[in-house]
Design a protein around this ligand. Structure first.
Ligand code: ARG
Length: 469
């Protein structure tokens, strides 16, 4: 059985039509139809550009542009039309529709151009717009982080390394730590958009267009910042997709790490947060359960985003110069990664905003006296002891306290003096949670003043990010 009879974009040198199953295998309309708006915009720009180059008359160009507008209108309201099409790809679809409307004039539009440069151009347009959408979602998440941080200035949290209690932190400091990672994601997205912002149109199949095109004018018409500078590179370069996918993969990784914290914090063992009903699920068996499925799914979906990056890296590896059909495999991984990350971002932002932090429980956990052990060592250093000796003495003091079933805060000074004469009564002021926090007042530290300053700085960077898009 052979493929459906439609006017092909090639066919002339063939005696027989492609096998039907091969046609299904090679066609991309099923997924590249997403780029129909970009295709039609490109077609309009091309009609104008080749008229300027003397290939079409102005009337011909106007007719083509008007027909393309009509096609766009119909495509918006008649999805059955799109569903029924057996087009090979989005370029074939537009050309078929145009020829149906205009006959021979429709068949003139492809003069001087190749699908190789078209697909590269349209995909760049698509990626730019898709990344902007993600960037907007990152902005919303950054705002959610910022307002939670503001709402909790003053709430402490036991900070951990190696999942062991280490030193106290402010909850706002923890929130802003995630915020900084997402801020870098925003920067990476901006950079990826800039990488994609170069117009390949005019590169031809590989060697450049043979008509006197105003490439800069076309680029401007299509909203690109610049034109590509080597036709051979331009038709085969997919670095911009890889950059986009790397930005998405890193963003997903950050979402996954936030998820992990949230899942732990929601456990009875931690009890730091109350999961919002709206973003949690229950168990079909155990009536008491409220599960952090939103965060688990975000963490779980991260695998697919990495998969998209690796799929395309592998596709591009070992390709010879110029366009190869392998490159058609660039679109689905990106579409998938984009859809998933967008959904992940929206749920993460909403779930974070709706989360209740259990302040009393956080405060109680942050009062753990072992969290101020570093303060005791620093205190001894202030009395003139070398840090290494101080560390040793505090270790011994902790051990002695543990033996007596006491915390270091409850140890009598006389007992501590047996370990080092440097211990004095002022020690008690050092051992408070407040003092441990307040001492970390360097830029980027967790002292309340430093965190307040960090928050202001974060908000002003966020405002700048809102402005430049
Ligand atoms: N559908 C193709 C793609 O996505 C368009 C370019 C086809 N070019 C070609 N010479 N067959 O890559």
């Amino acid at each position: 059985m052979s493929a459906p009879e439609e006017q092909k974009m090639w066919g002339g040198r063939f005696e027989r039509a492609p096998d039907a199953s091969f046609y299904e295998f090679e066609r991309s309309w099923q997924f590249d139809r997403r780029m129909l708006p970009q295709e039609l915009a490109l077609d309009r720009a091309w009609a104008r550009a080749i008229a300027k180059a003397g290939v079409l008359t102005d009337q011909e160009s106007d007719k083509l542009v008007a027909a393309l507008d009509e096609i766009e209108k119909r495509a918006k309201s008649d999805s059955a039309w799109l569903d029924a099409s057996k087009a090979e790809d989005v370029h074939h679809f537009a050309e078929t529709a145009l020829i149906e409307k205009l006959g021979p004039l429709g068949a003139k539009l492809h003069t001087g151009r190749s699908r190789n440069e078209m697909v590269a151009t349209e995909f760049r347009m698509y990626v730019k717009q898709a990344l902007l959408e993600i960037l907007n979602a990152v902005r919303s998440l950054l705002r959610a982080v910022s307002s939670q941080a503001k709402a909790h200035l003053g709430t402490p949290l036991p900070g951990m390394t190696h999942m062991q209690r280490a030193q106290p932190l402010l909850l706002s400091h923890w929130l802003l730590a995630h915020g900084e990672a997402f801020y870098r994601d925003a920067q990476r997205l901006v950079a990826a958009i800039a990488f994609a912002d170069s117009c390949p149109l005019g590169s031809g199949a590989l060697a450049g267009c043979a008509f006197p095109l105003d490439r800069k004018g076309i680029a401007q018409d299509l909203g690109f910042a610049r034109v590509s500078t080597n036709s051979l590179d331009a038709v085969s370069d997919r670095d911009f997709v890889l950059d986009a996918l790397f930005a998405l993969a890193t963003l997903a990784m950050h979402l996954s790490r936030l998820s992990e914290d949230m899942i732990l914090f929601a456990s009875t063992e931690f009890g730091f947060i109350e999961l919002p009903d709206e973003y949690s699920t229950g168990s079909s068996l155990m009536p008491q359960k409220k599960n952090p499925d939103a965060w688990e799914l975000i963490r779980g979906k991260t695998g697919r985003i990495y998969g998209a990056l690796f799929a395309l890296l592998t596709t591009c590896k070992g390709l010879p110069s110029s366009y190869q059909r392998d490159l058609q495999e660039d679109k689905e991984p990106f579409f998938e990664a984009h859809d998933q990350v967008l959904a992940m971002m929206r749920i993460a932002g909403a779930a974070l905003s709706a989360t209740k932090f259990r302040e009393a429980r956080l405060r109680e956990a942050a009062q753990d006296p072992t969290l101020v052990a570093t303060e005791v060592a620093d205190y001894l250093v202030a009395q003139g002891l070398p840090f290494r000796d101080a560390h040793e003495i505090v270790g011994k003091a902790l051990r002695a306290a543990e033996k007596e079933g006491k915390s270091i805060r409850e140890m009598p000074i006389a007992k501590l003096k047996e370990l080092s004469p440097a211990f004095g009564p002022e020690l008690s002021t050092v051992l408070t949670l407040e003092s441990a926090l307040a001492r970390r007042s360097v830029i980027g530290g967790t002292a309340p003043g430093a965190v307040r300053a960090a928050m202001e700085d974060f908000d002003s960077r966020l405002a700048a990010l809102e402005k430049n898009s």
